[in-house]
Structure formats: C-alpha cells, structure tokens
Ligand binder design. Structure first.
Ligand code: BES
Ligand code: MN
Ligand code: ZN
Length: 523
C-alpha cells in the first residue's frame, strides 16, 4: 500500500490487492520422503461415534488413534482440528485430526464436506508453513475439492496492521496426499483450484478494505491493477464521462460524496469464444443510506456493499486466467452513498442510462439505481445472458439467512445458476418474481419509484431491476438473473470451513462454474 498525498485534504491512496497464494501439489507414497510441518487426517461423524478415515499411518498407529478419538473429545464434526505430536511415519512434527462431518460406510464424502474440512484445517493451521492433507480422495473431483478448500483456507488480511505481533501467516504450501498423484488430470485441476482460490481471495480483500482506502477512484485503479498482464480490457468512466453519456443512476447516488463515482467495464473477449455473457456488479464502496440515513449500529458492515462488483470483476479475471472460450464483460457500478448538501433527496427524479426515469423515494435503496445503469449498458451489447450480483437488500437476510444467496429472473438462467452453485458448493436458492409486486413500484411523477412492497423486499428489488433488462435482436427480453448476496458476501459471525471473518468471496465459484457448464453445453 502506497499512500500519496494530493492537493486535497484527503489522501489519495493506491490500492494493491495482495494475494496470499498457496502452493498446491499432489504427492503419493512414503510421507517421510516429502516431509511437512503438519499431517492432516480426517475424522468422520459415524452413526456410532467418531471414525478415523482412510489414512497413510501404519495399521498399528491407526488402530491406536481410532480407539482414542472419543476420549480425545473428538466427534468428527466439521471444524474440529485437534493437534497431536507427529508419529514417526507421518513425516511431520504435528498430526492434526480434522472433522469432516457426517459419514456413512460405503458412501462417498460430499465434495463440499471435503472442501470445508481441508479449508478449515488449513485456516486453523495458520502459522504453520507446510501442510500435508491426507483426506479421502476416491476420485479427481475429491482432489479438486480438497485443493479448492485448501486454497481458500489459506488467507489473511493484515495490510493495515502496523505490527505483525500476534498475527500468524497463512499456510504457504499444501501437499495433497492421494493415490491419484500421478494422474494426468490432476495438473489442470490443481491449477484451476489455485486460480479459483486467487479470485475468491482477491474478492475478499477488496471487500475487507476499509472505505477510507477503497472508494470509487481507487476501486477503479485496483481493477486496472488486477487485470495487468491478462488479456482483459478495462475501461473507466469518470464523472465527466458518466455525465456526458447519461449514467444518471450512478451519478445520482454518488452526488452526496466528495469522492466521484465510476463505471468500470472489464472485457475478456477471446477470438475462439462460443458464448457471450454480461455480469453487472453493485459497487457501493460505502452505504450510509444517504439522506435516508441508516442507523449507526453496524453501519461499518456497509463497507462490504461493493461485494457484487468485486465478484464480477474477479470472475471475469478468473475466466481470462483459465483461458475459457467465452466473451465475458463485467460492469462495475461504483459510487459512495453519502448524505450531504449535494446529496440526492427523497422525491428527486433521476434519468437512468437509456432514458427511463426513477423517483428516488428512499436514498437507501441506492443499489438498484446504480445497477439500472449497468444493466441497460450491458443490454446494449446483446449478450446471451445478463447476470447481476448485488448486496441489494436486508430482506435477503430475512428471507434466506446469512449464508444463502437469492437468485431471481428467467428460469433458464436461475436454474443453471442453482445447478452451478450446487456443484461449486455455494448456497443459492431461487425465489419468484410475483406479478403483484410491480404496481407497488408505481410512481406519481416518474416511470417507476425505487421502493415498493416491503414484504418480500428482495423480490421487489429484483422486479425493479427487471424493468431495465433490454431486449435481444428478436425483441425478446435478454435472459437475465439477479443474485442478491447481502448475507453471503460478508461473514459477521465466526469463521467456518474455508470461510474467514468479513469478506467471503461468495459467488465467484458459482459464476465460474456457470460459465464452464454453459461452455460444456455449447461445445
Ligand atoms: N446495502 C443495503 C442492503 C444490505 C443490508 C446489504 C444489509 C447487506 C446487509 C441496501 O442498499 C439497502 O440499504 N437496502 C434497503 C432497501 C430498502 C430501503 C427498500 C434495505 O434493505 O433496507
Ligand atoms: Mn442502501
Ligand atoms: Zn446498499
């Protein structure tokens, strides 16, 4: 982080998103030949108590361990990580018994259970340098899950600390012990896991940045910085260009802040592309609510209100790194929502890009205003599908809780997103867009109002966004889906599995998997 003073009283900062990349490899055979600092073995929650899972220890050691599991207080529940002295055959100073949750004989452990077990162990082993994971890997998919969990578990956000006292570095290298180590399919699998981990962690770090440092201008700079060296074009609309082109939603929301808003377009367009998708992300770098001010309690969490933009940015970068044959464009709609003498007022009318007018009855319903601009802009390029990602409503948390994202829109897209999320191990649930909600958004003076029916507010917000989805060349509405990640994007509770506190990086994996599925269908 470099801090450059400018001629304003404020500091202009240049954000560099630091990545804690973990070295992933697969090993087989004698552990003493590839020693590490810790060897992780799985414990499952069986019907009759804890079970020691398949492991590389000698039969004698394994038997002794299996017998002491209950006495050690282990149940095999997820997130348990019990450290013991290393055994002679372990090639490690520490042996770690890691819970994987419920198991039943003859049944494959679900990928997400492995992902979480690996992630939890690696997360909790921060401070240890090299870790060997000896979890059950019956097939390549299981190795992939372990690798992804490990990559996401190794993370920390420490750049604003003045001292390293009491801080532990994330695990640096993870070896996955597997009989499949020699399988040719493993190299791309480990590479993908590493890239996914990188994208998820870059998303978390952007979300974790304090609003003193991450604001529209520095977010746009960070997007350019992250895209460096990749076949990706980044275009930034500053306030003058936003004005000239008529992006009234982004400008209106940004009006109250001394930091000017931005629209950032991130394009990956390989020559061999067989599909074309657009992603739109909500990038409110801080949401005070504006003149419709939020209560102060917990307002700091609103630094995460740019998570959608961070997700779509890092998804497109990951697609480019993976070299997938898809044309993917991310639209980052970035503004800071502040109250001030220049802020928009409740009852103001704004003109969204493309000409539709909105009466702003509540300045805290700002996400849908910036997203409207982005969705109209995305539509003008006739993508096969538009997916928008936003920390849009508190109602999402009421409807689906902290961890499950809501997905709404065209069945063809929402169904594919749900399927992708299931495979990626993320929680997503489809919600309807009931027709009766639309009239609740009627305005007395403009085309539409920015608030409507409060009950089912997540769906009301989606019905608002749908108004801005454009038509394809045949005059049909472009297939579109909206993902509300208000809860899942930011973990206000304890860490679990590969999920740390604060920014989670949620939805990057779902979107990358969605594109992979799409390409598999078009191939
Ligand atoms: N950024 C918030 C939504 C949010 C709330 C995200 C809690 C994460 C956690 C959004 O801009 C907002 O304030 N929405 C309002 C809309 C309402 C005024 C119609 C809300 O949900 O209260
Ligand atoms: Mn708001
Ligand atoms: Zn918001």
């Amino acid at each position: 982080m470099q801090i450059l003073p400018n001629n304003h009283t404020e500091l202009r900062t240049v954000l560099v998103v630091k990545n804690t990349e973990v070295k992933l490899s697969a090993v087989a055979g004698d552990l003493k030949k590839s020693p590490s600092d810790a060897l992780v073995v799985g414990v499952g929650q069986g019907a009759d108590g804890p079970v020691l899972l398949e492991n590389p220890l000698t039969a004698k050691s394994a038997e002794a361990l299996a017998e002491s599991l209950a006495a050690l207080g282990l149940t095999g529940a997820a997130d348990q990580a019990h450290r013991l002295p290393g055994l002679p055959e372990a090639g490690a100073a520490v042996l770690v018994l890691a819970g994987v949750g419920k198991v039943s004989p003859g049944t494959r452990i679900p990928d997400e259970a492995l992902r979480r077990a690996a992630g939890s162990a690696v997360r909790q082993l921060a401070g240890v340098s090299t870790v060997t994971l000896a979890l059950p890997t019956p097939d390549v998919a299981a190795v992939a899950a372990v690798a992804e969990g490990a990559a996401m578990g190794a993370y920390s956000f420490t750049e604003h600390r003045s001292t390293k006292d009491g801080l532990k570095d994330p695990v640096k290298a993870v070896r996955i012990l597997t009989d499949l180590a020699a399988d040719k399919a493993l190299k791309p699998v480990l590479e993908r896991a590493s890239l996914i981990g990188k994208a998820v962690k870059a998303t978390r770090s952007l979300v974790n940045q304090p609003p003193s440092h991450l604001y529209p201008e520095t977010f746009a700079d960070a997007a350019k910085e992250l895209a460096k060296g990749l076949p990706v074009k980044v275009t930034v609309w500053d306030e003058k260009r936003l004005e000239k082109d008529g992006f009234g939603g982004i400008l209106g929301v940004g009006k109250g802040s001394s930091r000017q808003p931005r629209l950032v377009k991130v394009e990956y367009a390989p020559a061999k592309a067989t599909a074309k998708i657009a992603l739109v992300g909500k990038g409110i770098t801080f949401d005070t609510g504006g003149i419709s001010l939020k209560p102060h309690l917990g307002m700091g969490e609103m630094k995460s209100d740019m998570a959608g933009a961070a997700v779509v940015l890092n998804t497109v970068l990951a697609l480019a790194e993976l070299g997938l044959p898809v044309k993917a464009t991310a639209w980052l709609c970035i503004a800071e929502n502040m109250p001030s003498g220049s802020a928009q007022r409740p009852a103001d009318v704004m003109t969204i890009f493309g000409g539709k007018t909105v009466e702003v009855l509540n300045t805290d319903a700002e996400g849908r205003l910036v997203m409207a601009d982005g969705i109209v802009a995305a539509s003008q390029e006739y993508p096969d599908a538009i997916i928008d990602v936003a920390t849009l409503t508190g109602a999402q948390l009421i409807a689906l809780g902290d961890r499950t994202a809501g997905v709404m829109g065209a069945d063809s897209v929402t169904g594919a997103i749900k399927a992708a999320a299931d495979r990626a191990g993320e929680l997503v649930w489809p919600m309807p867009l009931p027709e009766e909600l639309r009239p609740s958004l009627d305005s007395q003076v403009a085309d539409i109002a920015n608030i409507g029916e409060r009950h089912g507010g997540m769906m009301t917000a989606a019905v608002f966004l749908r108004e801005f989805v454009g038509k394809d060349r045949n005059g049909e509405q472009i297939p579109w889906a909206h993902i509300d990640i208000a809860g899942p994007s930011f973990n206000t509770g304890s860490p679990y599995g590969y999920t740390h506190k604060q920014g989670t990086g949620s939805t990057v994996r779902t979107l990358v998997t969605y594109v992979e599925d799409l390409l598999a269908k078009t191939a």
